[in-house]
Design a protein around this ligand. Structure first.
Ligand code: ADP
Length: 254
């Protein structure tokens, strides 16, 4: 038995439909604006290294034959900017892929060997000192996650710690009843308090001039945010200017 719909019922249904429609349109519009902004930021960001490359190439063209020092300086700059452009394009493609769909394949892994591997490759690549400080029962701890994505996440934070500091970098692993915490601490330039909420925005860099020599892209932490969301990891940043930064990854025990 179905109640016969009254005029008021129909009106309600119509109002509900209209509401849903408006909501969907707003969401689509917001996504479209975000995409549009991303494309416009991306072209701007890619133009900057291109301009540098162009001007150095033209300098070599004009005066390089008579001045080997110019060739040296120009090739160095061209190389650096090309690497930056390549990194940027790779990260942009990855972000676009993650925006579409993030495929996560979880497996139970031993955490310590994964962390050690990541640290070893960082040490080898950059000849920096990374200290690992762990609770004794951490030696054999296992966790169900996507190993490659967890490694990528750790790499992004270790790479930033390295880029924005000169001293040793510490990695602490601790455990509470509900969480496994991995904290990465550097004693570097730090992040101003008012900038902390923005560091996960795409292309955001605290101070372009201050950051220029590190050759970053402003995309690392936005990738980290997406990966952490996919793995249900909470990220906490604490930082003091000129004292250093600690990023803590909070892995829920599922
Ligand atoms: P980038 O490629 O520029 O490092 P990220 O998205 O990884 O881009 O980081 C965004 C900005 O946040 C950086 O440009 C830098 O200004 C700041 N930042 C990130 N990590 C650190 C850190 N460990 N110490 C100081 N500043 C940092």
């Amino acid at each position: 038995y179905e109640r016969i719909k009254t005029k008021d019922d129909r009106k309600d249904e119509l109002a509900h439909l209209e509401y849903t429609f408006n909501d969907t349109m707003k969401l689509l519009e917001r996504n479209y604006k975000k995409q549009e902004q991303f494309v416009s930021d991306a072209s701007h960001e890619l133009k900057t290294p291109l301009t540098v490359i162009e001007s150095y190439a033209s300098l070599v063209n004009r005066r390089g034959i008579s001045d080997p020092k110019i060739i040296q300086e120009a090739t160095q700059a061209i190389l650096e900017e090309s690497v930056r452009m390549r990194d940027m394009i790779e990260q942009m493609l990855q972000l676009a892929r993650y925006d579409e769909e993030m495929v996560i394949s979880r497996q139970t892994i031993e955490l310590l060997p994964v962390i050690n591997q990541t640290l070893r490759s960082m040490k080898q690549a950059y000849h920096r000192k990374f200290n690992l400080i762990i609770d004794p029962d951490f030696e054999t701890i296992t966790y169900k996650t996507d190993e490659q994505k967890l490694k990528q996440l750790l790499f992004i934070f270790l790479d930033n710690a390295r880029k924005y500091s000169e001293d040793e970098i510490d990695m602490h692993m601790t455990e509470t009843t509900n969480l496994i915490k991995i904290a990465i601490t550097d004693r570097g330039i730090g992040i101003p308090k008012d900038a902390i909420p923005h560091v996960f925005d795409r292309f955001y860099r605290v101070d372009e001039a201050r950051n220029r020599k590190t050759g970053g892209t402003g995309l690392g932490l936005s990738l980290a945010k997406e990966i952490a969301k996919g793995l249900q990891i909470k990220l906490v940043i604490e930082s003091d200017i000129d004292a250093g930064t600690t990023v803590t990854l909070e892995l829920p025990k599922i």
